[in-house]
Design a protein around this ligand. Structure first.
Ligand SMILES: [Zn+2]
Ligand SMILES: [Zn+2]
Length: 638
């Protein structure tokens, strides 16, 4: 753990269930390798994970079963450790590489920026060799002018215990990559000769392991997993298929058919996914005897929807499964590592990685305290605009910080899209690191001056009634500046988790599991998936999430007598210019982008609003700043 991180209040309540083959799955780590410094549920760092993996490997060895490590991409764009370097990931990727993954694949956040894509081609892919699968991602090799796969297209291998696995790594049909890379669409991949050849390579396959930066739930609008599953099932109607997904930042487990399931393991080093399978009849490895065994056939609980477009394997299955979502903290790791022959949980390597992270944090100045956030401000755990909603404080911050000295007395309204905030701000020191965590986006502030109030006052309502503000990308500018965060598909990878309406209802009462706990459960993940409600390793009470509008408006320098101004400066983050102008023109304005200009110098970016505000307004208790427990706590009675 990092010296300033906090320990979880209570451990998991039951041991893991093992199988003949077992998996630990990370995804969408987005640079959070230091752990969540201010959130006690997720306080472990990558060094703790390194030690945990060593203990689990030893345990698998003792039990004489396989344990494979999987990662499904998006390694940066989310926290200072990865994002405070240029290009980002420069110092965090070597830390990440301390885990000896068996299979990994690439995420969309490795493909926005040319230099980062090449880093993965030239360095990362070399570190992991044939275990780095990018079955549908190519890059232009400058050495020969040809498009080549960044990693490998497939891996056929035999595990330590003798299971023969065929694996692929498929990103969703992503199309906002920089122009040096190529993402081949699922419909085309499945027709390609190499894919058909790989399927024909050998009939001796005990298990397919399909990994992908690709939603596990095939009904998710971005997912192409169903297409790959169909293509493989067509040729192998009876072979078990295990899928590991990513990108939607959720905990999820999906039953495809009676021999195929899919796990997705959350985001941001909050979750470590566990999956085990036993009951392979023709496979010689004995199921472990001294630990609980995976015990559930691949069968959905009542009420879980089936994707009817998927084929079903029609022979009986002897396979039994377990899945678990582990909270990313040291108590979790120590609890599950216990019982291995390795009595010392921390390994030398784990300790070294922890020290390395501390070193990089200091080197990059990430621990520098800019202010003391007096409470927790969240994106969606509070109704929009209520006290504790980050957008309420963002409005205050924009009014205070987005000021052009020459026009500071003119009434002004300032707009930003809600997607400009990336993560909750937890009570406690607001560090340089938090400025990346809370809002990494680098938009400039533009404006149209002296807009009649009658026109300007309608803009917010018009924009909020419109469609979600999806950015159309300008490929030419993206490669000149290392500002990927301006361009990320905010709605897909950065928003609060999508809620499956069929399974998850807002603000639901606690599950039975929570009531059985010996501890007073804290707020955290309460997951419902195709196996029901018992997937979360540590029981929590649910954090209710609330809907967000598209945009936020701040007002400043309005007449003090409460009357309406005649004219206002309409200021906005550059990302939403088109929407602001369209909204003005809807009520009779005749504006175009020619009428706009920079309101603040180009060097002032939207990600500087909160840090500047912290420096101005949150100086109280800066040297003795109390840290809150995390998101969702303050609604509970003491
Ligand atoms: Zn992601
Ligand atoms: Zn992603």
């Amino acid at each position: 753990m990092q010296p300033d991180a906090k320990e979880a209040p209570y451990p998991p309540q039951r041991p893991l269930e093992w199988g003949q083959i077992n998996f630990l799955h990370t995804t969408d780590t987005h640079g959070w390798l230091e752990g969540h410094i201010k959130e006690e549920n997720y306080g472990a760092d990558w060094g703790d994970f390194v030690s945990f993996v060593a203990a689990m490997k030893q345990k698998a060895e003792d039990l004489k079963v396989d344990l494979l490590l999987i990662d499904t991409g998006d390694l940066h764009d989310g926290a200072g450790l990865s994002d405070a370097t240029d290009p980002n990931g420069q110092l965090s990727n070597p830390i990440f590489q301390n885990i000896d993954y068996d299979l990994l694949t690439i995420g969309n956040h490795e493909l926005y920026v040319t230099e980062i894509a090449y880093e993965h081609f030239n360095q990362f892919a070399k570190v992991y060799g044939d275990r780095y699968l990018t079955s549908n991602v190519q890059i232009l090799n400058p050495a020969n002018g040809q498009f080549e796969y960044i990693g490998k297209q497939y891996r056929y291998f035999t595990t330590e215990r003798g299971m023969r696995i065929m694996s692929f790594g498929f990103i969703f049909d992503f199309d906002k990559n920089s122009n040096v890379s190529k993402v081949i669409k699922a419909d085309d991949v499945i027709k390609e000769q190499w894919f058909q050849d790989a399927l024909n390579l050998t009939p001796v396959i005990d298990l397919f392991v399909i990994i992908g930066h690709n939603a596990a739930r095939t009904t998710d609008k971005t997912s192409t997993m169903g297409k790959y599953f169909r293509a493989i099932r067509e040729k192998y109607p009876y072979t078990p298929i295990q899928v590991f997904g990513g990108h939607t930042h959720q905990r999820d487990f999906v039953v495809y058919d009676n021999k195929a399931t899919a796990l997705e393991s959350g985001r941001y080093c909050e979750t470590l996914g566990w999956l085990s399978i036993t009951g392979f009849n023709e496979y010689q490895v004995e199921p472990p005897k001294t630990v609980p065994l995976a015990s559930r056939p691949a069968k959905r609980v009542e009420g879980a929807d089936r994707d009817s477009s998927l084929p079903e394997s029609d022979s009986p299955s002897s396979l039994l499964y377990s899945r678990r979502y582990l909270d990313w903290n040291r108590l979790t790791f120590a609890y599950h590592a216990d019982g291995s022959q390795d009595t010392d949980f921390d390994t030398q390597q784990g300790k070294a990685v922890t020290a390395m992270i501390t070193g990089v944090r200091n080197q990059l100045n990430l621990t520098k305290v800019l202010g003391c956030a007096p409470r927790t401000y969240c994106i969606s755990c509070k109704p929009f605009g209520e006290e504790g909603s980050i957008y309420k404080v963002l409005e205050e911050a924009m009014a205070k910080v987005v000021v052009n000295e020459e026009r500071k007395d003119k009434p002004r309204i300032i707009f930003t899209n809600t997607g400009n905030i990336r993560f909750d701000l937890v009570q406690g020191p607001f560090t340089y690191d938090d400025s990346f965590i809370v809002s990494p986006f680098e938009n400039t502030f533009k404006y149209i001056k002296d807009v009649p109030w009658d026109e300007a006052k309608t803009v917010l309502a018009t924009m909020n009634a419109g469609p979600y503000q999806k950015r159309s990308l300008d490929l030419s500018t993206r490669d000149f500046h290392f500002t990927p965060l301006t361009f990320v598909d905010q709605e897909e990878c950065l928003d609060p988790p999508v809620i499956h309406d069929s399974l998850r209802k807002r603000g639901e009462p606690n599950s039975g599991l929570v009531r059985r706990s010996d501890y007073d459960p804290t707020p955290g993940y309460v997951t419902k998936d195709d196996f029901g409600e018992d997937g979360d390793d540590t029981p929590h009470v649910n954090i209710t999430t609330y809907e967000l509008p598209n945009d936020v408006q701040a007002n400043a320098s309005f007449p003090t007598d409460g009357s309406d101004p005649d004219k206002v400066d309409v200021i906005y983050v550059s990302f939403i210019e088109k929407y602001v102008i369209d909204a003005l023109n809807k009520v009779g304005g005749k504006y175009s982008s020619k009428d706009s200009s920079l309101y603040l110098p180009e060097s002032f970016k939207s990600n500087q609003v909160m840090p500047k505000f912290a420096e101005l307004e949150w100086q109280a208790n800066i040297n003795n700043c109390p840290v809150g427990k995390g998101v969702g706590y303050d609604k509970r009675k003491a």
